[in-house]
Ligand binder design. Sequence first.
Ligand code: ATP
Ligand code: MG
Length: 657
Amino acid sequence: MSTQAQTAEVKEPVYPVPTEFAKTAHIDAAKYQEMYAQSVNDPEAFWGEHGKRLDWIKPYTQVKDVNYNFGEVSIKWFHDGTLNVAYNCIDRHLEKRGDQTAIIFEPDNPDDEAQHITYNELHDKVCRMANVLRSQGVTKGDRVILYLPMIPEAAYAMLACARIGAIHSIVFAGFSPDALANRVNDCGAKVIITADEAPRGGRVTPLKSNADAALLHCSDKVRCLVVKHTGGQTTWVDGRDVDVNALMEHAAPECPVEEVNAEDPLFILYTSGSTGKPKGVVHCSGGYLVYAAMTQELVFDYHEGDVYWCTADVGWVTGHSYIVYGPLANGATSLMFEGVPTYPDAGRFWAVCEKHKVNQFYTAPTAIRALMGKGTEFVEKYDLSSIKTLGTVGEPINPEAWNWYNDVVGKGKAPIVDTWWQTETGGHLLTPLPGATALKPGSATTPFFGVQPIVLDPTTAEVLEGATEGVLCIADSWPGQMRTVWGDHERFQDTYFSQYKGYYFSGDGCRRDEDGYYWITGRVDDVINVSGHRMGTAEVESALVAHAKVAEAAVVGYPHEIKGQGIYAYVTLMNGEEPTEELRKELEKWVRTEIGPIAKPDLIQWAPNLPKTRSGKIMRRILRKIAENDFGALGDTSTLAEPGCVDELIENRMNRG
Ligand code: ATP
Ligand code: MG
């Protein structure tokens, strides 16, 4: 299989690779072509070679052992090799770059000083933390829950677990005690590591009290290790609670690494839950790290000495792969930001970029849209000339936001990598390589090495060729793929391998254009069928957001007597815009002209706030229930950032009758 994008003439290369960029890039168009072909024609040889980017204790002789057959699904990479992940992210760099900054920590409050943590310091801290964990009885294979703010201790704790072969599972600092307790119990954690408080946007979340509340529903054997961060007051349970800072101070600054198999779990991460009960996604040590490191270097075109910033939270998979594991395995300088994009004002991201001379910047469309609404003056105040590559992840980026990101932030000079991937995939699957791929705003473009996208007809499961639209599956495995659902291999097989036999089913829909570019149309569950026409909700949302008065929109289907399904649009207006009947008519007309009469929303509900996960994704399954007037069965709402907005939407819905 080949990607047609680079072989056939790209008819509308909306944004070709800047010539200067291609000259110094790791991968140019010809190289991409050559390596991609090798990666799918002979994956064993390709990954056998690229697996060597890690230091192995016992080098692998086996590269790949994968079975996608439903009922016997099993995925293994480099499975007779052994290594240590923390060694690869820290120790092996010490000789060459012990004094180089590994992590820049930018605190929530811009008046607090930033920290520069060198690889030597990182080694010291991680060893101490690892020794503290050992002193609490944590050994290889034990589970440790991290419930921490975006502070360096979060990275120390992740790497400390990796150092001793323990499995970490991070729970967003914004989650409720219930959500925390569920995860502690699901994975049978021995220890929680938390902090007194988590500041964010000038407000604090009482993490330790949340942990106290959660622990009421957990085994009384679970220990609670507490990092002192703000110094805020906490209650203390003797015999259960442990002062991490005090113990670290007295712990030995050396800690031998545990040798683990490539297939030993590195972490469990519960998915954000936009589609249902969170699943404990399991990622393992060898293949995951190879894939995270390789994509971090090539997708962002990271070079020695660059400062790289991914704005995600470590509680999201993006934070795992692209703040901690990928960059540190590459010996990079990775920026960790505790705050939010709009505090103290909408210029914070750009102030931080200027201050630390950021070279690669990676964020989510939801943040871009929020900042776009605040005006360009917040960006223009700052010198952003250090930025070389921009990235986006999390949902389809509407062309409106893409253009703003490109023009206002990147000044038209920084390629935008729109990276499509999932918690389950460990790293990027569809993405431009900035020195190789001409960009089309809104398209995640072409596959990364080793990734074979397949488009299938959703009902007949027939493989569709050429320019087409359908469900997105992947034909073969890649090293970063999840291995199982924690404690429930059956659910793993059911979710990803039962619908379309022999393929990994992503759950997303996509369109492939005549140049072989992929356009994610949203989750398959979000496709609506209006009078026999199938439509991705993303398209209608994109049209609505293109209207000058609309800040954000979420579209779902609802039962409609005549059409089968009708289009229900939740619309958030720009600051200061009035929700009038006139504007409603105007928006209906707008969508008609932008897409066509078939896409005209049947109902528009004004939504001052939309229900979102902590990673900023709209929970359409809740909006669907509200649109259907089914308020009783909203499902798991424990991962919502602001649960209150659901009641508000229900109330508005009821008032509409
Ligand atoms: P859950 O699986 O628990 O319902 P989730 O799917 O939101 O939650 P993630 O794994 O964080 O959890 O998100 C992956 C999904 O995000 C993808 O399946 C896709 O729908 C969307 N997505 C991510 N990146 C992009 C992108 N660049 N373009 C379009 N969609 C994207
Ligand atoms: Mg998902």
